[in-house]
Every structure is written in C-alpha cells, then in structure tokens.
Write a protein that binds this ligand. Structure first.
Ligand code: SF4
Length: 73
C-alpha cells in the first residue's frame, strides 16, 4: 500500500494531536500507510478542504467525518 499523500504535513501522523490514542500506531499502519481513503481526516480534507478538518479528528472517526460532510455538503 502507498503512503497517504497528506502524510508529510499530517498532525496525526507526526503525533502532534492532543490525546493521541493508544492505538495510533495501528491507525498509522491501517490508514496512513494503508488505505487512506478510509481516513476521517482525509475524507474531510478531500471533500471540504483542509480548513474544515477539526484539529481533534482522528482517522477512525469516520462517522464524525460523514456528519461533517452531510452538514456542509
Ligand atoms: S491517512 Fe489520515 S491521518 Fe494518516 S496521514 Fe493521511 S490524512 Fe493524516
């Protein structure tokens, strides 16, 4: 699997978010270096733009991302 195109500047990947989950290394493998199209941060960024990605949105929070897309879309 290819790396996510957002990986270089992503605060999640670089452990820059508050309250990083204990499972963050697994998420990095599954999303950032796996299938980034399932990542909540990536979904919001691609569909709405980087300014719409909440600072505390984690990759596994897909439902939250979908709610954001519904409300803004
Ligand atoms: S998959 Fe999501 S969390 Fe990982 S680098 Fe890409 S945008 Fe960031």
């Amino acid at each position: 699997m290819a790396d996510c195109p957002m990986l270089k500047g992503c605060p999640f990947f670089h452990n820059k978010m508050k309250n990083m989950p204990a499972t963050s290394e697994i998420y990095k493998r599954n999303y950032c270096q796996g299938d980034n199209t399932n990542c909540a941060r990536y979904m919001v960024r691609q569909n709405l733009g980087p300014e719409y990605v909440p600072v505390d949105l984690f990759p596994n929070q897909r439902e939250r991302a979908e709610a954001l897309l519904k409300n803004k879309g």
